[in-house]
Design a binder for this molecule. Structure first.
Ligand code: NDP
Length: 271
C-alpha cells in the first residue's frame, strides 16, 4: 500500500510514455514486498534542470535517465564512477545521504544477457552499427568480453571515427561494411535505424557467415536488421534481454536485491 513511507523512483526522459520501466520495476517491488513506487516522468529539455532539482527536494530514492538526457545528467550529479567517465552516459541514479550517485548499467545488461543466452564472444569478430550513447556502452562491454576484432560503422562516419579512438577499435564506412561482413560473427545494431518504419538497412548486404548472429538493441520494433536475420534464418536477438537485465542491475543498486528476470524474459515477441 502506498503511504507516507513509500520510497519514490522514476524514469526521466522524452518520450517515456511508451516506457516499459514502470511495469517492470513496480512488479519487482511488489514481488519483493518493498514499499516503493515507480513513475514515468516526461520532460522537455528546458525543464530538465528544474525537474532534476525537484527529485532532490521531493526525496526520490533513485531514478533512471533515458534519451536525450543520459550525457546531460552527468553535470548535475555528485559522484560518478570511472565506468561513467569512460562511457560518457548515465542511465541510473541512486540517492544516498542526499548525494546523487550516477551509474551506467547498459553494458552490464548486455553482458548478462549474452551470458544467460550462453553466447561467448571471446575471439569473435564484431561489427557495431551506430556511434551514439548505446554504442559506447556496447563497446565498453565488448572490450571486457575480450572479443577479437571490433569494427564500428555509422551513418555519420566522423562519429564512428571518434569512438574508434576512445575504445581503440576499427572504424569503417557503411559502404565498406558490406566487404567486411563475411568475417563477422556478430552484427550489433546500436543505432536508431528501425525506430522509424521507413528505415532500411544502412548498407548493402552481400555475403555473410551462415552462423552470423544479429543482435539489435531496439526491443519494440521489427527493424530492418531483424527482418534481414529472419529472412536468412540467422540467430537474432532484440534488445529486450539487455533492457530487462540492465533493469535488474538498477534494482540491485537501489535495493540490494537482484530480482527475478524470468517472468519478463519475453514481453514482446516477433515470432
Ligand atoms: P543516440 O541518439 O545517442 O545515437 C543514435 C545513433 O543512431 C547515431 O549513431 C545515429 O547516427 C544513428 N542513427 C539514427 N537514425 C539512424 C538511421 N535512420 N539510420 C542509420 N543510423 C541512424 O541513441 P542511443 O545510442 O542512446 O540509442 C540507440 C538505440 O538503442 C535506440 O533506438 C534505443 O532504443 C536503443 N537502446 C536500447 C537499449 C536496451 O537496453 N535494449 C539501451 C540503450 C539504447 P548519426 O551519428 O549519423 O546521427
Amino acid at each position: 500500500m502506498v503511504n507516507a513511507d513509500t520510497k519514490l523512483f522514476a524514469i526521466l526522459g522524452c518520450p517515456v510514455k511508451h516506457s516499459f520501466s514502470p511495469q517492470l520495476y513496480n512488479e519487482w517491488f511488489r514481488k519483493e514486498s518493498l514499499n516503493c513506487i515507480y513513475f514515468a516522468i516526461e520532460l522537455n529539455i528546458k525543464s530538465f534542470k528544474k525537474v532534476f532539482n525537484c527529485m532532490r527536494f521531493l526525496g526520490f530514492s533513485g531514478f533512471n535517465i533515458t534519451l536525450p538526457y543520459k550525457a546531460e545528467v552527468i553535470k548535475y550529479l555528485d559522484i560518478v564512477d570511472n565506468v561513467v567517465k569512460k562511457i560518457g552516459s548515465v542511465n541510473t541514479v541512486c540517492v544516498k545521504n542526499n548525494k546523487f550517485y550516477g551509474y551506467n548499467t547498459d553494458w552490464m545488461g548486455f553482458i548478462n544477457d549474452l551470458s544467460d543466452k550462453n553466447i561467448n564472444l571471446k575471439n569473435k569478430n564484431i561489427l557495431v552499427v551506430g556511434a551514439g550513447g548505446a554504442a559506447r556502452s556496447i563497446l565498453y562491454a565488448l572490450k571486457k568480453l575480450k572479443t577479437d576484432k571490433i569494427y564500428i560503422t555509422n551513418r555519420t562516419i566522423k562519429n564512428a571515427e571518434k569512438l574508434s579512438k576512445v575504445f581503440n577499435v576499427g572504424s569503417i564506412s557503411l559502404q565498406k561494411a558490406r566487404d567486411l561482413l563475411p568475417s563477422i560473427d556478430m552484427l550489433i545494431n546500436c543505432s536508431s535505424c528501425g525506430m522509424d518504419l521507413q528505415d532500411v538497412l544502412p548498407f548493402d548486404v552481400g555475403k555473410f557467415k551462415c552462423k552470423l548472429i544479429v543482435y539489435d538493441l531496439i526491443y519494440n520494433k521489427l527493424t530492418p536488421f531483424i527482418k534481414f536475420a529472419k529472412a536468412n534464418k540467422l540467430k537474432v536477438f532484440t534488445g529486450e534481454g539487455m533492457l530487462i537485465r540492465q533493469g535488474a542491475c538498477n534494482f540491485e543498486i537501489w535495493t540490494g536485491i537482484y530480482p527475478d528476470v524470468e517472468k519478463f524474459k519475453k514481453f514482446r515477441s516477433f515470432d
